[in-house]
Design a protein. Structure first.
Length: 244
């Protein structure tokens, strides 16, 4: 018997003023799945995953994570869910005044109380090792390239050992080779930690490499869904336009 989905969104609506962004989103994600969400700019991709962690409040609809309806939760209860979810922001969101070590330590201490200094250090080194940047531990963000910042942001996301990772444009602003490296890292992390992921992207190479399943947002609803291979051959001209 199939277990319930780890993420389930039903009839989700969100507007900003008169601007209607989400107009009834429905989606489910199974444990261990990597779901890619595609869509043109402003289609609501990022808003969808921000609703999942309560960064943006939904106007209407239901969001179930780990079987719990989160739209009605109080802040403390919502935080109990949030600590099991990693969020990799589009711009990396590193603290410029902190070294790489301090950025990772800050996240870990905020997430897990009463860790010894040696435990913190070993978890920082493990996270950096996973993204191939152990030697950058004492660098400042200003000393890092765009690709290195993305890797450090990924290390900071995985240091809390999340069960779900939400990626917001993980390869944006990167060259083709670095984008592929980040996409491969997403896959290796999913394999190592058995994470469930939603990947927001407009990078089709990233979508092809990372996605078990792809959904395409149009006019605030899911317009198409399937594997990369199936959607690439879609009879819908608009869907096919993503794959050209």
């Amino acid at each position: 018997m199939e277990t319930q989905p780890i993420i389930a969104i039903s009839n989700l609506y969100k507007s900003f003023g008169k601007n209607k962004i989400l107009k009834g989103i429905n989606l489910t994600v199974k444990k261990g799945e990597d779901l890619v969400i595609l869509g043109r700019s402003g289609s609501g991709k990022s808003v969808t995953i921000k609703c999942l962690v309560g960064l943006v409040g939904a106007d209407k609809g239901k969001i179930k994570i780990f079987g719990t309806e989160i739209t009605t939760l109080r802040n403390k209860e919502l935080n109990d869910i949030r600590v099991r979810i990693g969020f990799m922001f589009q711009n990396g969101a590193l603290y410029d005044s902190m070294s790489v070590r301090q950025n990772l330590a800050f996240t870990l201490k905020h997430h897990t109380q009463n860790l010894s200094e040696s435990a913190i250090e070993s978890q920082i080194i493990e996270a950096l090792d996973n993204v191939g940047l152990k030697e950058s531990i004492d660098k400042m963000p200003s000393e890092l390239s765009g690709g290195m910042k993305k890797r450090i942001a990924l290390a900071r996301t995985i240091i809390i050992k999340p069960e779900i990772i939400l990626y917001d444009e993980p390869t944006s602003g990167l060259d083709t080779i670095t984008s592929r490296e980040i996409s491969e890292l997403i896959l290796s992390i999913q394999k190592k930690y058995k994470t469930t992921s939603i990947i927001i992207t407009h990078d089709m190479a990233c979508a092809k490499l990372t996605g078990n399943r792809i959904m395409i947002l149009k006019d605030g609803v899911i317009n198409a869904e399937g594997t990369y291979a199936a959607l690439e051959k879609s009879k819908d001209e608009w869907v096919r336009s993503f794959f050209i």
